[in-house]
Write a protein that binds this ligand. Structure first.
Ligand code: FA5
Ligand code: MG
Length: 487
């Protein structure tokens, strides 16, 4: 969702919040005001996040269900699969500084401007992002901390640097990892959730250092074992090329970009192969490798991508349970970020992995909602430092309800408003929401949509009556707050 607009905005290395009301107006559709009223009945009261108060304004759209998640801190429960995975990745990158305790509340400058997002980038809109208020939001990605952490190293900011768990590994933050919760208004299905976790990796080099590596033909000086050989559980496929469609930045030479891309891809391949190898070993050790639905070979492919803050850019996908699962985005860092951090003599690469997606592969967890479960049948299956295959507990019957409606004549309807509303009313009882029919009446020109809502509890049977009551609330709320007409 962050891909799409090709503009490198002017970034200033300052954390002063900037007032950009007029520029953002276009991103605040009528529906946003409706969404704000979902966020809380008491519009006048401040919004509280992690013990701090923030003023509300018409941008405020973070719902109570989302705000509750900011305190869950899954990465710090040592036997939670996400925390186990975090530690495993931290160990894979011992020369990087490790951060896992940076607040999710960031400025629009950090999340967007510092990375060169254009003022009209769709990622900034209230339909995609949870705003606390106009200047403050719940980070949508861990890249929000790239410039801040590089600058902290360069300017020797003791407070920020002290947040690293292993401060001696890279004392000036020339290489670092950030594991954190991120928030997005997104679709609902087995691999998308409005709160998830990412692992950012940033690795910089002085230009002289790169020249030395190139002279020595030492492409991946500090990457370990080679990967993708036959017999490996991962089948790596990379047919991408750096060129006009995925270009080298004017500030970089072709050989610098090629060095950075090779170094980055090799480190990432190593990590992913490690994870997949551990996943298969876990299946084999419990005899699950022979079970239906188990997978002992994983095709992994690199594809071209676009991000405002890298060029060239790529994404990596893994074939999992018959579908390509996107596990990360990455690329050569835009030079403007390093310049703004006060290090024009350095170049670098960056990646952002989706941790739930990797944990689904590692532990064989089939549904992203499970990460939020406090059911002991889930939490009791994992132990610190241990990789084992998740054993599904009985699946409870699903209950499916359709809702059909005419869109408002203003045309002002965004699917993510519906997604959030259903999540707000039904919580984790909702397994998926899917558009199943869409048409425009040939005579009246009115547009209609039909969505199928799949309700299913992860830990108990639901009754039809209970779901009917929830569905009725959904029907009433979409009329009163999204301005649609039921059919
Ligand atoms: C980003 O967020 C970029 N910041 C990644 C990046 C970092 C690019 C550094 C370049 C340099 P993207 O929107 O593709 O990119 O998200 C990254 C990963 O997060 C995805 O590949 C996916 O694994 C995961 N992800 C995205 N949306 C969701 C979601 N709703 N639920 C679970 N995981 C998600
Ligand atoms: Mg992506």
């Amino acid at each position: 969702m962050l891909a799409g607009v090709k503009t490198l905005g002017s970034a200033r290395a300052t954390w002063v919040l900037r007032s950009t009301v007029t520029q953002y107006k276009a991103l605040l559709p009528h529906g946003a005001r409706m969404q704000s009223s979902i966020a809380g009945a008491q519009q006048s009261e401040d919004i509280r996040v992690l013990g701090s108060s923030y003023g509300r304004d018409k941008w405020t759209n973070a719902t109570p269900a989302i705000l509750e998640k900011t305190g869950r801190d899954l990465l710090h429960h040592p036997s939670h699969p996400l925390a186990i995975l975090k530690e495993l990745i931290f160990k894979e990158f011992p020369t990087f500084a490790h951060y896992d305790n940076i607040s999710p509340v960031v400025s629009t400058y950090q999340n967007f401007d510092s990375l060169g997002f254009s003022k009209d980038h769709p990622g900034r809109s209230v339909t995609d992002t949870y705003y606390i208020n106009q200047d403050t939001l719940l980070r949508t990605h861990t890249s929000a901390h790239q410039l801040q952490l590089l600058a902290a190293g360069k300017k020797d900011d003791p407070e920020l640097l002290a947040l690293a768990n292993n401060s001696s590994a890279s004392p000036r933050n020339e290489r670092f990892l950030v594991a954190a919760d991120v928030y997005r208004r997104d679709e609902i299905d087995a691999s998308h959730y409005p709160v998830f976790h990412q692992m950012e990796g940033v690795c910089t080099f002085s230009r002289a250092e790169i020249q030395k590596h190139i002279r020595n033909r030492n492409i991946a000086a500090d990457t370990t074992s080679s990967t993708g050989e036959s017999g490996s559980v991962a089948k790596l496929l990379d047919t991408t090329v750096i060129g006009d469609d995925n270009p080298v930045q004017p500030e970089h030479s072709e050989e610098e970009a090629a060095f950075l891309a090779d170094h980055m891809k090799q480190m990432m391949n190593n990590m992913v192969v490690q994870i997949l190898t551990k996943a298969v070993a876990a299946q084999k050790s419990t005899g699950d490798a022979d079970a239906a639905g188990s997978q002992t070979e994983f095709p992994v492919r690199w594809i071209d991508a676009f991000f405002p803050f890298t060029s060239p850019s790529w994404e990596m996908e893994v074939l999992f349970q018959g579908e390509w699962l996107e596990i990360c985005g990455c690329g050569v860092m835009k030079q403007a970020i390093l310049d703004d951090a006060g290090m024009p003599d350095r170049v670098g690469w960056a990646f952002g992995f989706g941790l739930e997606r990797l944990a689904m592969l590692l532990f064989g967890i089939p549904d992203i909602r499970l990460f939020w479960s406090s059911d002991p049948r889930f939490t009791g299956q994992f132990a610190p430092g241990q990789i084992n295959t998740f054993k599904p507990f009985s699946r409870h019957p699903a209950c499916t309800k359709d809702v059909s409606f005419w869109l408002p004549e203003s045309g002002d309807f965004h699917e993510n408003d519906l997604m959030d509303m259903v999540r707000e009313i039904a919580g984790d009882l909702v397994e998926g929401v899917k558009l199943i029919d869409s048409f425009t009446h040939p005579k009246t020109g009115k547009a209609s949509r039909c969505y199928r809502i799949n309700y299913c509890s992860m830990d108990r049977n639901v009754t039809n009556e209970e779901i009917n009551t929830i569905q009725e609330q959904v029907r009433q709320r979409i009329v009163s707050q999204l301005g649609v007409t039921l059919r």
